[in-house]
Structures are given as structure tokens and as C-alpha cells.
Write a protein that binds this ligand. Structure first.
Ligand code: GEK
Length: 242
């Protein structure tokens, strides 16, 4: 059972940039569930999408895996299929906890953990690649090259599942969904202080694109079919097929 997230509950004189450190790793399941509308639906459905694109004797990559929730969902759907899971995260606190969870929950599965920057990891012989709320933390200028590397490493018919927080297509839509997102967090028990301190911490770290920018970039990276399969407020998930 994860601890409840109180990281920004006390007033801070200076809010530093957000990092995925030990304190975050300890409360992460609670934090992401209360902050990302639809997270649980995305996680549970993602396994079903992966199952329909998986090819035996290929790899499943979970890039920016955090505690491994997406991989676990895929593994639940694939069962003992001939899959090799590659989980990558550059935050050692997150990856350490991920390994503890999955050693317990996926015994016997073929799993590899890499503490690395996802921009530096070659993708090879993959039929499923997951970027679940991760590319928003990658510097914008590096996002296309990352997608090109993923596309190159996918087998034909393989898929990328890309989930993100997005900007609205115009200022009105952006205001509307940002406001509803704040209300979502308040309804999940975060105080105004917690919401505003977390927002300051993420300001320079999480840089969202619009849905149109994602679609255009995926297309430039070579993906033939790009579908939005999930949306809740300003959070979307796309299924891009090679
Ligand atoms: C989930 N996918 O629960 N290289 C490697 N890891 C990175 C990088 C990078 N360049 N940038 C960020 N990360 C997960 C949730 S959380 C999303 C993903 C969120 C890692 C970072 O350390 C963190 O673990 C993860 O990406 C983002 O399905 O907290 O909003």
C-alpha cells in the first residue's frame, strides 16, 4: 500500500524544480492517481491494446516506467507469452522500487531494468513500446529523435502507446481544461497550497505539447496509423502503429 502524498502540504519559502526522488517514489501511486484524470483506466486498458499488437519473441519497452504499472498491465494481458520486458527510467529511486514490485508481481517473467536516459536507449525488435506520461519530461527539441528511434526499432504492425498531458488547441480550451484539472485535484483532496506549490515545481520540468503537435510529430517519425483512444480533460493517450 503506498503512502499518501503530502509532499507539498507545508508552505515552502522556495519551491525547487520537481524531481523523481525517494520521497516521490514512496507516494507515487497515490500522487499519480490523484493528479492524472483517467490514469487507472489508461493503465488497465493499455494492456489490452498491447496484447493486440504483441508478436511472440519480441520486446516490450516501458520508457519512463516509474514503478512499472504499465508493464504490469501488459504482463497481466500477455500471461506467459514469449515476451521480454525492458523497463527504463533515469530516476534510481523510481527504478529501485519498480524492481522490488515487479520481482514480487511478475516472478518468472523475462525482465530487464535499465537506469538510463530514454534518449540514449536503442529500441530493438519491439512490438510494443510505452511512453506513458513520459515524453512531457523530455526536452522538446529531443522528442522527434526519440520517436524516430522507437519507430525504427518496432517490427511491422508493432505499436507505440503514448499518453500525455496536452495543451488546449486554443487559449479558451486550454483555460477550460486547466481549470477543470485544478478542480479534479481539489476534489481528490489536494489543498490550494499543494496545487500551487506542485505547479511551480513542475513549471520548468513538465512541458506539454498540444494533441495536434503530438499527431504531427508521430506522423513525421513514420507512424502510419495514429489514433486517440483515450481522453479525459487535458490528458490523452494515442495508439500509433508502424
Ligand atoms: C506509469 N510511465 O506509471 N529518461 C528516463 N526516464 C525519464 C526521463 C528520461 N529522459 N524523463 C523522465 N523520466 C509511468 C509514469 S512518470 C509521469 C511516468 C508523471 C521518468 C521519470 O523519472 C518518471 O519516473 C517518469 O519518467 C514520468 O505508467 O509522474 O507524471
Amino acid at each position: 500500500m503506498s503512502k499518501s502524498d503530502r509532499i507539498y502540504a507545508e508552505s515552502r519559502s522556495f519551491v525547487v524544480d520537481f524531481t523523481f526522488d525517494r520521497a516521490v517514489a514512496e507516494v507515487f501511486p497515490d500522487m499519480i492517481r490523484r493528479s492524472v484524470p483517467g490514469y487507472e483506466t489508461v493503465i488497465s486498458t493499455l494492456g489490452v491494446l498491447a496484447q493486440s499488437h504483441f508478436r511472440p519473441a519480441t520486446r516490450v519497452y516501458d520508457l519512463g516506467c516509474s514503478l512499472g504499472a504499465a508493464t504490469l498491465s501488459v504482463h497481466r494481458c500477455l500471461g506467459d507469452a514469449d515476451a521480454h520486458y525492458v523497463l527504463v527510467d533515469n530516476a534510481s529511486a523510481m527504478l529501485g522500487r519498480c524492481r522490488e514490485h515487479l520481482d514480487r508481481l511478475m516472478p518468472g517473467a523475462s525482465v530487464e531494468y535499465r537506469e538510463a536516459d530514454i534518449r540514449a536507449v536503442p529500441v530493438e525488435n519491439a512490438s510494443v513500446v510505452i511512453l506513458n506520461f513520459t515524453i512531457q519530461f523530455v526536452p522538446p527539441g529531443d522528442r522527434l529523435a526519440l520517436l524516430e528511434n522507437i519507430h525504427a526499432g518496432l517490427v511491422p504492425g508493432g505499436c507505440l502507446i503514448l499518453s500525455e498531458k496536452v495543451l488546449g488547441e486554443d487559449p479558451g480550451e486550454d483555460r477550460c481544461f486547466s481549470d477543470l484539472h485544478l478542480r479534479f485535484k481539489a476534489a481528490n483532496g489536494y489543498s490550494d497550497l499543494e496545487i500551487s506549490q506542485k505547479r511551480s515545481a513542475l513549471e520548468r520540468v513538465l512541458r506539454p505539447d498540444s494533441l495536434a503537435q503530438h499527431q504531427e510529430r508521430l506522423s513525421r517519425a513514420g507512424f502510419a496509423s495514429i489514433r486517440t483512444w483515450f481522453r479525459c480533460l487535458n490528458f490523452v493517450s494515442l495508439l500509433a502503429v508502424k
